[in-house]
Write a protein that binds this ligand. Structure first.
Ligand code: URA
Ligand code: SF4
Length: 199
């Protein structure tokens, strides 16, 4: 069965479905095994993922992930890590850490173009729970007008994907907006309880 996940990754690495392929260094495919019951769904790779590691959630995002996993008592290898959009979205910037580019949010058109890959990952894995980080992955699952403000910390069952979804703020957003911090930690507590009682 793992072969088909590898095949999917190989196909994904050749993708040119949206213009992000022109500026990427590499496609950041999902990581983890088919046995994972949990999927962590981020937004898109950043500079460290694209230019340095070739893996999802490394660099600053990797440190945030370690802290997060420690809190919910899970190891990195127990989770399938992936992103809504698989190539790094950039914008010109003279303050970029890795050259004259900075990260930006993926556009709706890019999210749509990339949706095939996430659908395939969800089909292959059929996880029990998907933890979404930020607005981008939650809107990808529920539709464009979804309000994370209203839905964070409240798990729901997605019929189309046959899995529980637990929406969280993106840890990077919490660093920029300190007001979100108490909400984020309250959500993590709820997530920890949910994992203990449901999975
Ligand atoms: N790195 C990722 O792989 N995903 C994010 O959402 C942020 C940083
Ligand atoms: Fe393909 Fe997704 Fe990369 Fe666009 S972001 S080129 S759709 S893999």
């Amino acid at each position: 069965m793992d072969i088909s996940l590898n095949e999917l990754r190989q196909q994904m690495r050749l993708c040119t479905n949206c213009s992000l392929w022109e500026t990427r260094t590499q496609v950041i495919t999902g990581q983890g095994t088919l046995g994972a019951k949990l999927m962590l769904l981020g937004e898109a790779p950043g500079g460290h993922e694209d230019l340095v590691s070739g893996q999802a959630f490394t660099g600053e995002a990797g440190h945030q992930l370690e802290e997060f996993l420690q809190f919910i008592n899970l190891e990195r290898n127990q989770i399938y890590l992936t992103n809504t959009v698989k190539c790094r979205p950039t914008r010109p910037s003279d303050r970029g850490r890795y050259g004259p580019y900075a990260n930006r949010r993926p556009k709706v058109s890019e999210i749509k173009a990339c949706s095939y890959w996430l659908d395939q990952e969800l089909k292959l894995l059929s996880p029990q729970l998907v933890i979404t980080l930020g607005t981008v992955p939650l809107s990808r699952i529920l539709g464009e007008n979804t309000s994370l403000k209203e839905r964070h910390g409240v798990p729901f069952f997605s019929e189309p994907y046959r899995t529980w979804i637990f929406p969280l703020f993106h840890p990077a957003a919490v660093i920029y907006n300190q007001k979100l911090k108490p909400l984020y930690w309250a959500d993590l507590n709820r997530l920890r309880d949910f994992l203990q009682s449901q999975l």
